[in-house]
Design a protein around this ligand. Structure first.
Ligand SMILES: [Zn+2]
Length: 437
């Protein structure tokens, strides 16, 4: 499945967006009714929810239910079931946070399956044909995406509301297939706050800190929003907010949207670059949700966007059939990558110097090497630091280099491609090694 997105431009008037809003609200209502049905009736199955959709459509008290396309109603029921199924799965696997399904209050999307819309043959326009009569929209997107959409089968069309407008997402019935290029190098990645990532070859990518950069603008916008807020006094009827308040609300929303997009773009490009230039990538399996609870670092950690980065690593690993492994982060900073000696260090100690073997290097790089070692063990490969030193099976890496010998180049988009130095490790399956000995 491939997803392509287009911005919707109304054909006649902005009132068309109002119709889309109604469709979104109705889809949310269907989802919530399905959830309620599940909560009230023990042993409700997925099929029961599907059948409930038809019943809801005949509901005389909620005549708008009928307006929504029948397939869109079913898609909402499927979504409701999805959250129930996820809850069951978490219960079964004994997870701590069960995540009981919740009612939606601020839904932003509605999903159509095969009907309820009509796409023009050249994919220039889309018309929504269900009871809300949203009418025709121009589709704004690049020509490649347009060609792809016009030529392939559509599985779903999702309408999404964002702070800067309405978008249509097209789920296409094609798989993305690309051949990966194999480079023969491997990398361990240490995620950090000073540097976004530092790899086992000493290359680094700095943290872009998008949120911190936008904070000033955001603060100003939020202050303006606050001033426009009408407070409800005790015993009064709840006040309606002014249209200026809502305008400002959109301004704040747009700033958040921009930060979100910047982060995604950065994470995607970095992950792509890392996976492209390595055959094996090992990273720390950090418990990001747990770390965010640390109130001193939570902003920096959220701003770094580690989770998104990891998801893209996994994605590109799958796409190019390369090995991407997550390893347990325990002791990766403390252990010496040369001899394995464990020495405690605090967060402020920036260099790793081993008291046993005398190895000195950057703390993050040492961690990256340890991560790589663990990752290769997990993938069933042997870890060595030079090609000639593999006469014995199970040989350990020997730290022969000092930091000054190493080139610590900054990573650009092709920076990781540089087969830099003698620290680069050679990946060989264990089996081959034992044959040689
Ligand atoms: Zn050591």
């Amino acid at each position: 499945m491939l997803v392509r997105e287009a911005k919707l431009k109304p054909f006649s008037s902005a009132a068309q967006f109002g119709a889309l809003d109604e469709a979104i609200r109705t889809a949310q209502c269907v989802r919530n009714r399905c959830l309620k049905h599940w909560m009230e009736n023990r042993g409700t199955s997925k099929n029961d929810l599907q059948r409930l959709c038809a019943v809801l459509a005949q509901d005389a008290e909620q005549p708008w239910m009928k307006k929504l396309n029948a397939h869109a109603r079913q898609a909402s029921a499927e979504k409701a079931w999805q959250s129930v199924a996820n809850f069951y799965r978490r219960c079964k696997s004994g997870e701590k946070e069960k995540g009981f399904p919740k009612f939606k209050k601020h839904s932003r999307s509605v999903e159509y399956k095969v009907s309820g819309y009509k796409l023009s043959d050249d994919a220039q326009q889309i018309k929504f044909t269900d009871g809300f009569e949203a009418g025709s929209f121009d589709l704004w997107m690049d020509s490649d995406a347009r060609r792809l959409i016009a030529s392939s089968k559509l599985n779903r069309v999702r309408v999404v509301r964002r702070a800067d407008g309405y978008y249509a997402q097209f789920c296409l019935d094609i798989e993305r297939i690309e051949a990966g290029e194999y480079t023969g190098s491997v990398a361990g990645i240490d995620l950090g706050l000073k540097y976004f990532i530092k790899d086992s070859k000493g290359s680094e990518v700095e943290c872009p800190k998008y949120y911190r950069k936008m904070q000033k603008r955001l603060r100003m916008a939020q202050r303006r929003l606050c001033k426009k807020f009408r407070r409800t006094k005790k015993g009064e009827k709840k006040q309606r907010q002014s249209s200026n308040y809502h305008k400002q609300r959109v301004v704040v929303g747009r700033i958040h949207l921009k930060i979100q997009r910047q982060r995604k773009d950065f994470a995607l490009k970095t992950a792509r670059c890392v996976v492209k230039s390595n055959d094996l990538v090992a990273y720390e399996d950090l418990n990001v949700a747990g770390l965010v609870r640390n109130s001193h670092l939570s902003k920096s950690i959220s701003d770094a966007g580690w989770s998104t980065f990891r998801n893209w690593l996994e994605y590109y690993g799958k796409l190019w059939s390369k090995v991407v492994v997550a390893v347990n982060p325990a002791y990766t900073t403390q252990d010496c990558s040369g001899c394995g000696y464990r020495a405690r260090k605090s967060l402020s100690t920036r260099t790793h110097s081993c008291s046993r073997c005398g190895l000195e290097m950057c703390r993050d790089e040492n961690a990256a090497l340890n991560i790589l070692k663990k990752g290769m063990e997990k993938a069933g490969m042997e870890y060595q630091n030079s090609s000639e030193g593999h006469s014995q099976t199970g040989s350990r890496v020997v730290g022969t280099t000092t930091p000054t010998e190493r080139t610590t180049g900054k990573m650009n988009t092709s920076g990781l491609l540089e087969q830099s130095n003698n620290l680069s490790v050679v990946a060989e399956p264990v089996r081959e090694c034992s044959d040689a000995s």
